[in-house]
Write a protein that binds this ligand. Structure first.
Ligand code: NDP
Length: 304
């Protein structure tokens, strides 16, 4: 029987683990399917306070984990697949440990990249289709590539790729970027980034059925299609919360985000932090802050 199990090891999970460990609860952290969370796929983070020269996402999350471990948090390579929150003792079914029992849970399972849903996208994943420019960009050094999306992730990816690739086409379905002004301005003033406005990806081409050679773009205003020759397509069209396994166990909103009051969920003893409960901000610093809040709430709960 554990006092506290934390699901997820991104900034929310790590910061919850740090606070709970320092409070003496020896939390068990199940790292999840992507240890370290989305930060591990980000290049330079310029907006996490304390790092005037920016910090690599992977380095940041590794440092957070080490800090929590120093106070007794235990991290395990495991992921929860089913929960039973009906009783005072919470039961978690996991891939490795089997069944775990605990008195309190912090859900910090984050969110995952959204995909376009094309058959060609599925077939060409790892062969020129990717949702992680930082991971896969180097494979396309000197080539022409495309990024789909108009938010901060798409802009960040386009800027990262512009330093490696000959040309980057940012494909966006509207005529204005959703990204923050600072990111949008950087993209628009980078000479080797071109924006394909009012465009969606209708198909991804691979004539020899082995790697991406181009994408078919459909103009959302005229309906016309054209082929854009590129060696890779990076999909950056937002995220879906990793909460599928929680359906029916507690309150989720229409998009699958955990409904919270502060960090309290609809079930006593179950708290939530980070992107899994945050449809609005999705920032590492906010995830870390909410992880600390969840741990403080859990501490109060455990102490009765
Ligand atoms: P966003 O939800 O902000 O943007 C998603 C983009 O994808 C939008 O431009 C949207 O278009 C487009 N889109 C969505 N669905 C489709 C589709 N089916 N086909 C084509 N285009 C589609 O997600 P992000 O991942 O960019 O950002 C998430 C959060 O993380 C934001 O709050 C962002 O600020 C933050 N972030 C911050 C960073 C930083 O500060 N360094 C870096 C990365 C992310 P439309 O605009 O028309 O809705």
């Amino acid at each position: 029987m554990h006092d506290l199990v934390i699901l997820g090891s991104g900034p929310a999970g790590c910061s919850a683990a740090l606070y709970a460990a320092r409070a003496g609860f020896s939390p068990l952290v199940l790292e999840g399917m992507q240890p370290g969370g989305q930060l591990t796929q980000t290049s330079d983070i310029e907006n996490y306070p304390g790092f005037p020269k920016a910090i690599n996402g992977y380095d940041l999350v590794v440092a957070m984990r080490r800090q929590a471990e120093r106070f007794g948090a235990v991290f395990q390579m495991d992921a929860c697949t089913e929960v039973d929150f009906t009783g005072e003792i919470k039961r978690l079914k996991t891939m490795v440990a089997g069944t775990l029992e605990c008195r309190a849970v912090i859900l910090a399972t984050g969110a995952s990249a959204r995909w376009l849903g094309l058959d060609s996208e599925k077939r060409l994943m790892g062969h020129g289709v990717s949702a992680c420019a930082t991971c896969d960009g180097a494979f396309f050094k000197g080539k022409e590539v495309a990024v789909n999306g108009g938010g901060d992730t798409a802009c960040e990816d386009a800027l990262f790729l512009s330093r490696l690739c000959a040309k980057v086409t940012l494909i966006h379905r509207r005529d204005a970027l959703r990204a923050s002004k600072v990111m949008a301005d950087r993209v628009l003033s980078t000479p080797n980034i071109e924006v394909a406005w009012n465009s969606v990806v209708a198909d991804i081409l691979d004539p020899n059925q082995e790697k991406v050679t181009g994408v078919v773009l459909r103009d959302t205003v005229t309906g016309e299609t054209r082929t854009l020759p590129v060696s890779a397509l990076f999909v950056a069209i937002g995220h879906t919360p990793n909460t599928e396994f929680l359906k029916g166990a507690l309150e989720l909103d229409a998009h699958g985000y955990i409904v919270t009051d502060g960090t309290r969920t609809s079930v006593k003893g179950v708290f939530a932090a980070g992107d899994a409960q945050d449809p609005a901000y999705k920032q590492a610093v906010i995830a870390a802050g909410s992880g600390a809040m969840a741990a403080l709430e859990a501490e109060r709960y455990l102490l009765g």
